[in-house]
Design a protein around this ligand. Structure first.
Ligand SMILES: Nc1ncnc2c1ncn2[C@@H]1O[C@H](COP(=O)(O)OP(=O)(O)O)[C@@H](O)[C@H]1O
Ligand SMILES: [Mg+2]
Length: 329
């Protein structure tokens, strides 16, 4: 486990806020990733240490970018037999070279449990009295954090920056022409199969994969898994060992994801409106350690931090070998 001192030193000198690459065309930015579109329908996804919540950037969490990048790589490799994906290579611990996809305008959320905290989560909707959600029927008398008989798909619109995701049913997706029926059926099958694989592998690591978000698109006309997979940013994980006894006692499960950030924000009195509080040293260290622990537990590998080099310089150097750059700014 990296010490608080190491993590805070890294934050001060070596955390990755973004990279301006020369010779790779215009830099584009999501909340967490910087990306560059390359010739040959390729794309560089650079996962930074930016920490977002409530669609805002709160600060930098050292090593988070590397964890997300390498954990996604692990899952692309572990699920490649189920559905094609965008992964080509990881030329740097924070960078993935991928195939550019024509993205579907929906986010595919798969849920194994009745839980959640946002307006589009099935627990919040269920608690408000809804019994038909995402085109599916739910019985009365269910309890928070209870497993669903089978995992379900709860797609939402992929909202533009600042917008709000809207729940969709399968019929709406097809009738509104967002995705054709034939392709959407393939997406559903792939999402459920990848989720099942995710649950199995997490279980071996003592974790419950509770729910997750996927982004699918078309690569050379084929349905393909893109973006990130089964990371603490896109997924909820609980500790398997204590789940049942805590559920029986009406206690919240022990989380193993970034729930501790949501809880910390709440303890600071922040509910998603206005200026968010800056991340202090304590929560920074806890989050960094949590991301690394997720990586190590799921992959069974030891996390290899780079405590020496400036990530921007290292990335530029590693990308030179790709021979994409024109050498000009
Ligand atoms: N293979 C791909 N082809 C095209 N776009 C992709 C691919 N993989 C991921 N993306 C997109 O790249 C961006 C990644 O940046 P990110 O910081 O995660 O964005 P966001 O703030 O939307 O979550 C997202 O817009 C995602 O939809
Ligand atoms: Mg994203």
């Amino acid at each position: 486990m990296l010490t608080a001192e190491t993590i805070l030193h890294q934050k001060e000198f070596l955390a990755l806020s973004g990279v301006d690459l020369a010779g790779f065309g215009p830099r584009q930015q999501g909340k967490v990733r910087d990306f560059y579109e390359l010739p040959g329908k390729h794309r560089l996804l650079i996962t930074t240490d930016r920490q977002s919540a409530f669609d805002r950037i709160l600060g930098l969490i050292p090593f988070k970018g590397q964890v997300l990048n390498q954990l996604s790589q692990f899952w692309f490799e572990q699920t490649a037999d189920i559905v094609p994906n965008h992964f080509i290579s990881t030329p740097d611990p924070n960078v993935m070279l991928v195939r550019q996809a024509e993205m579907f305008p929906v986010e595919i959320i798969v849920r194994g449990y009745l839980t959640g905290v946002t307006d589009t989560s099935i627990w919040v909707m269920y608690q408000q009295g809804q019994r038909r959600m995402y085109g599916l029927d739910f019985p009365d008398g269910m309890r928070k954090n209870q497993p669903l008989p089978d995992p379900i798909l709860t797609p939402t619109t992929h909202a533009e920056l600042g917008g709000h995701d809207r729940p969709l049913s399968r019929n709406e997706i097809i009738q509104e022409g967002l995705v054709s029926k034939a392709l959407y059926t393939q997406v559903e099958e792939a999402a459920l199969a990848v989720f099942k694989r995710g649950q199995e592998l997490c279980r071996k690591a003592g974790l419950i994969l509770v729910d997750t978000k996927y982004e699918f698109g078309l690569i050379e006309g084929q349905v393909a898994l893109t973006d990130e997979v089964h990371t603490p940013d896109s997924s909820r994980f609980w500790l398997a060992e204590t789940y049942q006894e805590r559920f029986d006692r009406n206690e919240e499960p022990e989380n193993f994801d970034k729930e501790l950030l949501r809880l910390w924000l709440r303890s600071q009195g922040y509910k998603g409106e206005g200026e968010p509080p800056a991340l202090d040293d304590e929560i920074t260290v806890r989050l960094s350690q949590r991301y690394i622990a997720c990586y190590e537990r799921i992959t069974g590998r030891e996390f290899q931090p780079d405590l020496e080099q400036t990530p921007e310089a290292r990335i530029s150097r590693n990308l030179k070998e790709l021979n994409y750059g024109t050498g000009r700014d």
